[in-house]
Design a binder for this molecule. Structure first.
Ligand SMILES: Cc1cc2nc3c(=O)[nH]c(=O)nc-3n(C[C@H](O)[C@H](O)[C@H](O)COP(=O)(O)OP(=O)(O)OC[C@H]3O[C@@H](n4cnc5c(N)ncnc54)[C@H](O)[C@@H]3O)c2cc1C
Length: 433
């Protein structure tokens, strides 16, 4: 059952597995752990799905498997980073963690590392979209899931040529993108301006309403005997030797055999007393949801040059995008939201119909400097499993991450190779306890 914070009495509770964080990653981890027969307690400081998993674009996109650090991304980032209206922005500040993250990001912008990243991400995302079909059917989740493709749309010939280059790369990893001319794109999707240069259609991609999926799965968890506790903030850990003995929370202590850390962008703060490095920077993005849009596309789109995702969710339409490295800051910069909306408008015909906005939202993507998530146990802390750092792909990779976490926790061989995701890749210079 889902329980709100009970009272402030100190308690000590014995658990099998504690999962920290009620976003898509924590909820999927709890689900697969329960399917594997584990007794799970999920702790969420606020409500389930109140973090980055709430207002995102909801695109389930193996087509997005090119990691953020890629050749040229460092130079583009340098060009954009000080312009508050560009799709990528770094808030100028003195922060050693950020400086070291940017340095590592830059060192990952090579062809070889990018190709290794694409291999890992296409394997994970292709497995994950299959798992979406299974989980949604098994739990009868009503979340608007459809798998009829995503159109990557380009306004300019230069943008299209970049998109075709990415498509060629992804073909080498088993995806089957199809090139479309501007006229074909307009014929398929009349809401798009006929002047658009063209598109690349990824027919294996899908989309859903992210909040409906996460809260629906959390309700299924409760039916599977998982104890979902909302309003319980994790403050730190009690450690003995090489294991986490207890999870200290706002409502007392939980003693657990295993702990899964899935608190998204807040994960580094939770482990800051442990000898463990989690180089995760919050990458702020915004979404604007229209209860009634001027024009309504019939399928999801990614607007290439503007770097904006468009999801027609039921009767509504959601635009989402921008990436801002500004720390754990959820304030909304209207300049950036305005630039995103104006950038998106360039792609659509304007028939003068009025639009009605139902909500603005900001979320923090947990971003690693090598563009890969962190999933796995830690060498120096054997019963702590980390599952975070999914950046732009957290919705896409939710189910496969949950399944891998359950396999790691059970000590069985994992269904996919997780070596590249190990938290140990960041620990080299940390002294083991
Ligand atoms: C604008 C935007 C658009 C996006 N679009 C897409 C998309 O189309 N497709 C895609 O695949 N991904 C997308 N993403 C990325 C995706 O949203 C994230 O990668 C994903 O939501 C991360 O999930 P999470 O569970 O790790 O983190 P979160 O959803 O942030 O969950 C972490 C949870 O931990 C809780 N928590 C934090 N601290 C504590 C504590 N001390 N104690 C207890 N609980 C705690 C928080 O309250 C929160 O609920 C988008 C993101 C943004 C911002």
């Amino acid at each position: 059952m889902i329980e709100r914070h009970r009272d402030s009495r100190e308690l000590t509770e014995r658990c099998d597995v504690v999962v920290i964080g009620g976003g898509v990653i924590g909820v999927c981890a709890a689900y697969y752990l329960a399917v594997h027969g584990r007794q799970v307690t999920l702790l969420e400081r606020d409500e389930v799905c109140s973090g980055s998993s709430y207002g995102n674009s909801g695109l389930i996109v193996p087509s997005h498997s090119i990691p953020l650090p890629s050749p040229g991304a460092d130079k583009l980032a340098m060009k954009w980073m000080l312009n508050p209206e560009s799709p990528f922005y770094v808030k100028p500040r003195l922060d050693l963690g950020l400086a070291s993250w940017l340095w590592r990001f830059r060192s990952n912008c090579t062809e070889e590392k990018m190709r290794r990243g694409v291999k890992t991400l296409t394997e994970l995302s292709s497995a994950s979209i299959e798992l979406y079909e299974e989980v949604i059917a098994a739990e009868a989740l009503d979340c608007g899931f459809r798998r009829d493709g995503v159109l990557m749309l380009y306004e300019t010939p230069e943008g299209l040529s970049e998109g075709l280059h990415e498509a060629d790369l992804l073909k080498g990893f088993g995806l089957a993108p199809k090139e479309m001319t501007g006229a074909e794109t307009h014929a398929l999707e009349p809401s798009i301006r006929p002047s658009a240069a063209g598109a690349v259609y990824y027919d294996g991609d899908g989309y859903l309403d992210p909040q409906q999926f996460v809260t629906g799965l959390a309700a299924a968890l409760a039916r599977k005997g998982v104890s979902v506790r909302e309003g319980v903030e994790v403050l730190g850990f009690g450690v003995s030797g090489r294991s986490v003995e207890s999870v200290r929370t706002s409502e007392g202590e939980y003693r657990a055999d295993q702990v899964v850390l899935a608190a998204g962008s807040w994960s580094p703060g939770i482990v800051n007393k442990l000898p463990l490095k989690l180089p995760v920077q919050p990458g702020k993005g915004y979404s604007v949801t229209y209860s009634k849009a001027g024009v309504t596309p019939t399928r999801p789109l990614i607007l290439g040059e503007a770097r904006v995702g468009v999801n027609p969710m039921g009767g509504a339409v959601r635009l989402a995008g921008t990436l801002e490295l500004a720390g754990l800051d959820l304030s909304m910069d209207q300049r950036r939201i305005g630039a995103m909306v104006r950038g998106a408008a360039r792609y659509f015909v304007d028939d003068g119909s009025p639009a009605a906005v139902s909500g603005h939202w900001a979320g923090l993507r947990p971003c690693t400097p090598d563009g890969l998530p962190i999933v796995g146990a830690i060498e120096g802390m054997h019963n702590l499993i980390v599952a975070t750092g999914h950046a732009m792909l957290g919705m896409t990779l939710g189910p496969v991450t949950g399944k891998l976490v359950a396999e790691v926790a059970g000590g069985s061989e994992t269904s996919l190779d997780v070596a590249a995701l190990s938290p140990d890749r960041f620990q080299r210079r940390v002294r083991r306890p």
